[in-house]
Write a protein that binds this ligand. Structure first.
Ligand code: NDP
Length: 296
């Protein structure tokens, strides 16, 4: 019997659990504020940002949206970040990536005040995460941890294989899961495009986390019986649908379901969790910056 994890439901529980903290903050005169900055004409980036703003509105976070023309000089973005760093009503800053080519993405990430870096990408926050003292856990890895928790899958002592070594998913997730408890103590193997015999690695794993961006890279033959499978991938492939495409994960859901004990769908698995954890980090940032104590 395979459990298909409902990421929408788990994310909704997380949003509900933030309500008390947001009430405590607002009663103390603090409305948590999240600034989203968009410098792109990419339709997916526009959609992601508008969803994040809608999420804010739903839970009572003040969403501040700044849009910068994709052709504007890079300095406009750097100055916007400085202004948001100085604005006490803004507790979290998210610059939607990727930024246009003429903008230095690393400078963007470094420019955000680490205390407002709710994505957790600033080098200072990456360093803290690696040391096992995260200020903000990056949203997607944190969402994966929460999904495992919701499924009652404790990574302690388990063999975890992560497929993908990106700065935003694979690496921070590997760091989180290999830390000492809570939520860690796993033995983690990180695979990438140069890994020899990927199937041998995934077959040896209790938990497989796919974050490669390759449609249906992992199929049932690559899994051990009873594995937990978390599919981070979101890939658009041509399909005979109204829109002409559909979204698929990095896992071939049908064959994987025959082997897995727990699996996440795409869409409706990790995606909603990423958004929920952004709200979580914003609330945490508001508390840390104002000294209003909350329970998270
Ligand atoms: P990146 O492109 O930054 O990284 C992909 C990683 O996968 C790289 O490390 C790459 O290896 C590895 N890889 C690629 N092909 C293979 C292969 N055939 N075998 C083994 N490893 C491979 O991607 P991201 O981490 O940004 O995103 C990964 C996926 O997750 C995407 O589909 C993205 O859309 C999705 N995503 C979903 C989120 C959500 O909220 N659901 C959030 C963020 C991302 P190498 O380093 O050698 O190139």
């Amino acid at each position: 019997m395979t459990t298909v994890l409902d990421g929408d439901a788990v994310a909704s529980d997380i949003r509900d659990s933030l309500t008390d903290s947001i009430d405590t903050l607002t009663t103390a005169g603090v409305t948590p504020g999240l600034a989203t900055v968009l410098m792109s004409t990419d339709p997916s980036s526009e959609t992601y940002v508008s969803m994040k703003q809608r999420d804010c509105e739903e839970v009572g976070i003040n969403g501040i949206h700044v849009e910068i023309d994709a052709d504007a000089p890079a300095t406009e973005l750097y100055e916007t970040i400085e202004d948001l760093n100085d604005d006490p009503a803004v507790h979290g800053i998210l610059v939607q990536l990727p930024v246009p080519e003429h903008v230095d993405e690393r400078r963007v990430v470094r420019s955000i005040d680490p205390e407002k870096d709710v994505d957790g990408f600033h080098p200072e926050n990456v360093g803290r995460l690696v040391r096992g003292q995260p200020r903000f856990k990056p949203c997607t890895p944190h969402g994966v941890q929460k999904l495992l928790d919701a499924a009652g899958v404790d990574p302690d002592g388990k063999e975890v294989v992560i497929v993908g070594r990106s700065e935003i998913v694979g690496k921070p997730l590997a760091n989180l899961l290999m830390q000492k408890a809570p939520d860690g103590n796993a033995t983690v193997t990180v695979c990438h495009s140069h890994t020899a015999d990927l199937a041998a690695k995934t077959r040896a794993a209790d938990i497989v986390i796919a974050a490669a961006g390759v449609p249906e890279l992992i199929d049932g033959s690559m899994l051990s019986e009873g594995a937990t499978v978390i599919d981070v991938g979101v890939n658009s492939v041509d399909a005979d649908t109204e829109k002409g495409y559909e979204l698929v994960g990095d896992v071939d859901f049908e064959s994987a379901t025959e082997k897995a004990s727990v699996i996440t769908p795409v869409p409706g698995g990790v995606g909603p969790m990423t958004r929920a954890m952004l709200l979580y980090n914003t609330v945490k940032a508001a508390s840390a910056q104002t000294g209003v104590e909350i329970e998270l």
